[in-house]
Design a protein around this ligand. Structure first.
Ligand SMILES: [Zn+2]
Ligand SMILES: [Zn+2]
Length: 548
């Protein structure tokens, strides 16, 4: 029997940009193709996507892309990959519909084959068979994905929780997972995001109670901010609003699009006479209103953030408004979120971000649920993904406690293939892998050097040092000039820098002064060293040599 490789190109040892290859002989499939968000040091970076070099090089083997669900960390990089490779995509109805909407802005969707693959469906890709299995998460139509290889099922749990009272009533197909265990699961790639939380996670349905409490006690309008993709949450808002005599309006283009799409496809059931337009809000008394709004991550252009700055033309925050913060801050967004919340308080609104009756629950499995998944599928190898190294380490500990021997638990790392043979498995040599930074305009490939320069600029400003030389004669002409912007060091630091540069350049040999590049580098080095040693500053230093 042959070799089966599982290669994470993203999503292993991190939360975000999930993207994993399963390969056997000449056949290769990709599970998910997501993005992640930049950290606070990545100035001017909008999103981060996986490096697709490995996929492009193996394009003749890549025969299908399977998407577990429509969250950005699983689907968001797909438009960038499809721009390079026209590989057929398979996913459930809602995910395909949301993907189509996303792609329509960028390309002719007739060029790509988008196949609906509903829970329970299987697709043969060469020697591989791929099956999707229904599982519960915070977005409808989430599926685990099994890839049948020569060694058994390679099973991706996808993001999941075991929710026995899901909002849409569609339960996890536990029976199929148990059957797969009988058929043989060679490797389980499990969500590990919430491994630090003991016990069982609460059901999404509990949020209805939290909403009901606020809807019946809030003195005025209720605003709810959540992810634009949190369809279950929006369903609960509509249902509870209708029960408590409130009408629901939507603020934010992405949320409006999602609501329209899901209503059309039947994933949202809006009670009659419950939805109103945002412009109709002013004609109703405040205690009859709920507004669903984007901005749960403090995104600068979102409706909520604009409202908090009185820059949103369609609606204003009023004293007596109540905002329910029904989301989890993605790490890195906290300060933007708190700034928004604080502005709202200052405007006289009340913000509920924590409550004894839940107003938000996680979509990811807690410890006991993760154990149940292991018990249910009885995999030979375990590979926690969708987690940072600390999550993977804790998952490993739990698996050890459950009696798994250490050599059957793998800590996956982006770019390292897990190579499964008939009687053994090991992590192999790295493949080309990394991150690609994309700016606001959709341009790919902001380099680390550009990032470093931007960080220097943001922290310590820019210093331009110009010096004229006569390269033919090998002589310095005049004194160096120093100009600075955004530089916060003492004035004399700049003069001192000019003096040091001058002394150094004057000490160069004639032949060295004839080499313009050498002079430029020397000026830069000397100036940088000077600022960092004397002032503990790292401005962006730009040396300019003028040939006189
Ligand atoms: Zn995810
Ligand atoms: Zn998810």
């Amino acid at each position: 029997m042959g070799l089966v490789e599982i290669i994470p190109l993203g999503g292993a040892g991190e939360i975000g940009k999930n993207c994993t290859v399963v390969s056997q002989g000449d056949d290769m499939v990709l599970i998910d193709c997501g993005l992640s968000f930049p950290n606070e040091e990545m100035f001017g970076v909008d999103i981060v996507i996986p490096d697709f070099t490995y996929l492009v090089k193996n394009r003749h083997r890549l025969k299908g892309i399977f998407i577990t669900h429509a969250h950005e960390d699983h689907i968001g990089a797909l438009p960038y990959l499809l721009a390079k490779l026209k590989v057929p995509v398979y996913s459930s109805e809602l995910t395909i519909a949301m993907l189509r909407q996303k792609l329509e802005d960028r390309m002719d969707t007739r060029e790509v084959k988008l196949h609906v693959m509903n829970p329970g469906d299987t697709v043969e890709i060469g020697s591989l068979k791929v099956e999707s299995i229904r599982i519960t998460h915070s977005i409808p139509n989430t599926t685990s994905i099994g890839v049948m290889t020569e060694h058994g099922w390679v099973l991706f749990t996808a993001d999941f929780k075991f929710d026995f009272t899901p909002v849409d009533g569609k339960l996890t197909d536990l029976a199929r997972f148990a059957e797969m265990a009988e058929e043989g699961v060679v490797c389980l790639l499990s969500d590990s995001t919430n491994v630090e939380r003991p016990g069982w996670g609460p059901s999404e349905s509990l949020v209805s109670e939290g909403f009901r409490k606020v809807f019946t006690t809030a003195p005025g309008r209720v605003l709810i901010t959540t992810f634009a993709s949190n369809i279950h949450r929006m369903q609960q808002a509509f249902t509870v609003a209708s029960e408590t005599g409130r009408k629901v309006a939507i603020a934010g283009r992405r949320m409006e699009q999602t609501v329209d799409l899901c209503t059309r496809l039947g994933y949202l059931q809006i009670p009659a006479n419950t939805k109103i337009k945002l412009d109709e809000v002013n004609g109703l008394s405040p205690e009859k209103i709920v507004i669903l709004t984007t901005g749960s991550q403090g995104e600068p252009m979102s409706a909520l953030v604009q409202m908090s700055k009185e820059e949103y033309s369609r609606m204003r925050i009023r004293e007596g408004d109540t905002l329910i913060y029904s989301a989890r801050p993605i790490p890195g967004n906290e300060s933007a979120i708190w700034r928004t919340v604080n502005r709202l308080f200052r405007m006289g609104a009340n913000v509920i971000y924590d409550s004894p009756t839940p107003i938000h629950v996680s979509g990811h499995a807690y410890q006991e649920e993760l154990k149940m998944m292991i018990n249910l599928t009885r995999p030979f190898y375990l590979a926690p993904v969708h987690g940072e190294p600390r999550h993977q380490a804790l998952y490993r500990e739990i698996a050890l406690e459950m009696g798994y021997p250490a050599h059957r638990i793998f800590t996956m790392v982006d770019g390292l293939p897990l190579r499964i043979q008939e009687t053994s498995a090991e992590l192999g040599e790295p493949v080309e892998c990394g991150r690609v930074l994309v700016d606001n305009a959709g341009n790919e490939g902001i380099s680390d050097e550009v990032l470093r320069d931007r960080a220097s600029l943001a922290n310590d400003g820019i210093v331009v040092i110009s010096l004229a030389i006569d390269p033919e004669a090998g002589e310095v002409v005049g004194n160096p000039e120093v100009m600075a912007k955004g530089f916060s060091g003492p004035d004399k630091a700049l003069q001192l820098c000019a003096d040091t540069v001058y002394d150094t350049i004057r000490g160069l040999k004639k032949s060295e002064l004839q080499d313009v590049d050498f002079v430029r580098h020397t000026i830069g080095d000397v100036a940088r060293r000077q600022f960092s040693r004397r002032n503990q500053l790292r401005p962006l230093v730009v040396p300019v040599v003028i040939e006189a």
